[in-house]
Write a protein that binds this ligand. Sequence first.
Ligand SMILES: *[C@@H]1O[C@H](CO)[C@@H](O)[C@H](O)[C@H]1NC(C)=O
Ligand SMILES: *[C@@H]1O[C@H](CO)[C@@H](O)[C@H](O)[C@H]1NC(C)=O
Ligand SMILES: *[C@@H]1O[C@H](CO)[C@@H](O)[C@H](O)[C@H]1NC(C)=O
Ligand SMILES: *[C@@H]1O[C@H](CO)[C@@H](O)[C@H](O)[C@H]1NC(C)=O
Ligand SMILES: *[C@@H]1O[C@H](CO)[C@@H](O)[C@H](O)[C@H]1NC(C)=O
Ligand SMILES: *[C@@H]1O[C@H](CO)[C@@H](O)[C@H](O)[C@H]1NC(C)=O
Ligand SMILES: *[C@@H]1O[C@H](CO)[C@@H](O)[C@H](O)[C@H]1NC(C)=O
Ligand SMILES: *[C@@H]1O[C@H](CO)[C@@H](O)[C@H](O)[C@H]1NC(C)=O
Ligand SMILES: *[C@@H]1O[C@H](CO)[C@@H](O)[C@H](O)[C@H]1NC(C)=O
Ligand SMILES: *[C@@H]1O[C@H](CO)[C@@H](O)[C@H](O)[C@H]1NC(C)=O
Ligand SMILES: *[C@@H]1O[C@H](CO)[C@@H](O)[C@H](O)[C@H]1NC(C)=O
Ligand SMILES: *[C@@H]1O[C@H](CO)[C@@H](O)[C@H](O)[C@H]1NC(C)=O
Length: 466
Amino acid sequence: MTARLFQLVILLILLPLLQSRPHASQSTNIYLPLQITTLSVADFGATGDGLHYDTRAIQSTIDACPTTSCRVSFPPGTYLTATIHLKSNVILDIQEGATLLGGTKIRDYPKEFDRWYVVLAENATDVGITGGGVVDGQGLKFVQRFNEVKNVMVSWNQTGACLGDECRPRLVGFIGCRNVRVWNIRLRDPAYWCLHIVRCHNTSIFDVSIFGDFNTPNNDGMDIEDSNNTVITRCHIDTGDDAICPKTYNTPLHNLTATNCWIRTKSSAIKFGSASSFDFKNLVFDNITIVDSHRGLALQIRDGGNVSNITFSNINITTRYYDPSWWGRAEPIYVTTCPRDSNAKEGSISDLLFINITATSENGVFLSGSKGGLLSNLRFINMNLTYRRWTKYTGGLVDYRPGCQGLVNHSAAGIIMEHLEGLEVENVSMRWSDNKKEQWDNPLDFRPSTVNNISFFNFHSGLYKE
Ligand SMILES: *[C@@H]1O[C@H](CO)[C@@H](O)[C@H](O)[C@H]1NC(C)=O
Ligand SMILES: *[C@@H]1O[C@H](CO)[C@@H](O)[C@H](O)[C@H]1NC(C)=O
Ligand SMILES: *[C@@H]1O[C@H](CO)[C@@H](O)[C@H](O)[C@H]1NC(C)=O
Ligand SMILES: *[C@@H]1O[C@H](CO)[C@@H](O)[C@H](O)[C@H]1NC(C)=O
Ligand SMILES: *[C@@H]1O[C@H](CO)[C@@H](O)[C@H](O)[C@H]1NC(C)=O
Ligand SMILES: *[C@@H]1O[C@H](CO)[C@@H](O)[C@H](O)[C@H]1NC(C)=O
Ligand SMILES: *[C@@H]1O[C@H](CO)[C@@H](O)[C@H](O)[C@H]1NC(C)=O
Ligand SMILES: *[C@@H]1O[C@H](CO)[C@@H](O)[C@H](O)[C@H]1NC(C)=O
Ligand SMILES: *[C@@H]1O[C@H](CO)[C@@H](O)[C@H](O)[C@H]1NC(C)=O
Ligand SMILES: *[C@@H]1O[C@H](CO)[C@@H](O)[C@H](O)[C@H]1NC(C)=O
Ligand SMILES: *[C@@H]1O[C@H](CO)[C@@H](O)[C@H](O)[C@H]1NC(C)=O
Ligand SMILES: *[C@@H]1O[C@H](CO)[C@@H](O)[C@H](O)[C@H]1NC(C)=O
């Protein structure tokens, strides 16, 4: 084809597009400009003094919003509040210098445990939080006994609304919502889980930072549950428990993407499960930095849900041991599926790609399927794994918790494999600290009876000088 003819063909292809442009912008113009109402909580009597409850003022502002797009703004100040309920088309605009402070009394929260949040949106569309300010759960006020290893927390189980030792309010919840946006906001010190997305469709979370106390159990960063089409980007999470945690209780979870994040946690940075009754499909984790965590990339499948088509790319990880009362054993990568208990089903895990991963860790990679729940088609491409010990915690245990075989004595290896069908290892280098005091066993640890079809291409293992 001559160059001119080629240009002509391109022009002919583009012509309808070019022609349709003015038409497209015309049709957008019909809906623009959007009518946005802004209401300030100050005009509805909020004191912002951090001492008096501003619940009624805040809720009145939200309720006064018209059914078109509405911003509820919080000028600088500290707004103590019981649960507030968002509704469709409302964006909370918590400005820089403003803090929404969650109440610490059981009467500050609704009767039902599953509605215990400082901010809750239920069955709403086009709803969100922004503004550059802070939502603070006052989690430290829920500590019964401070402990460097793990704090002992109060549990509001007296009313029977919730049983056990995890009865505390979460910070922000979106339940059954569509088009959720959480951006440019700091979420701080939750008493329990921090940002909870449940049965939502189309959620975007960006420029969000989460700070939780490092010794507080269950203060997860983001729990994404039974939800589809979730995008998380530019997050900063520094907290005691799991940082980004997809879960399935009642329906599958599809299409979650998390990129450009920084994470530190005393538990898992990325964790699938352990609630895993339904499938997880098409998830991507890219450009993530994980520091000083108890586990890096973790799949803890325990309830029969199947996991497939997951990519982890461009991720730097350092993992170290913490006290074993926290799940995790310093594994940079932990892929497990086993039945939680004798009533549970076994889910499979297939088509996982790990590419461009660098890890420095105190323990190896653990890949463990189970008899009726195989791991299949895993790929490790371009990985540098450095093994080195720098804390005083003893190693030598494999961690199947929750349930399954619990903690089991086992030698420490570069990669442990069980019940696996298909692993491709390509351009992977393992480096071992030459420190004689460090106890390491084999680079690879598996029994051929449960492991099939593993292949190595450009695999290297060797010592390095510390
Ligand atoms: C939200 O929708 C669910 C399912 O339709 C319903 O059970 C629940 O009561 C609704 N909640 C509210 C606050 O409307
Ligand atoms: C309530 O929580 C306390 C403290 O965590 C725990 O010891 C107790 O067993 C729980 N009681 C019930 C009924 O769940
Ligand atoms: C998803 O939500 C965002 C923000 O809430 C919105 O801009 C976008 O149009 C939504 N996408 C779909 C497919 O509904
Ligand atoms: C998510 O998608 C799955 C698979 O299509 C569907 O079963 C589930 O109901 C969806 N969940 C939501 C909250 O839309
Ligand atoms: C997941 O994303 C794909 C591709 O964008 C889309 O076709 C599919 O409908 C999405 N799944 C759900 C459950 O929304
Ligand atoms: C990766 O994420 C960091 C933020 O953690 C960002 O600064 C950087 O631009 C991202 N890199 C790419 C290639 O997107
Ligand atoms: C997981 O896959 C198995 C085998 O295909 C299937 O029997 C089981 O129902 C799936 N689990 C779920 C929760 O869909
Ligand atoms: C796997 O997931 C990615 C990212 O969501 C998606 O683009 C791709 O189409 C999926 N592949 C299959 C085979 O479903
Ligand atoms: C990982 O480390 C390399 C080398 O220090 C650096 O170039 C890269 O940007 C880092 N990527 C992430 C996601 O932290
Ligand atoms: C691994 O290390 C080699 C040699 O230092 C380097 O060329 C390569 O880019 C590294 N790969 C990753 C994924 O960090
Ligand atoms: C892996 O890293 C290489 C070299 O930095 C880059 O060219 C490639 O695009 C990366 N792959 C993915 C899937 O990000
Ligand atoms: C591991 O072995 C040690 C002795 O070597 C023993 O004391 C300990 O109970 C064992 N732990 C488990 C979980 O089996």
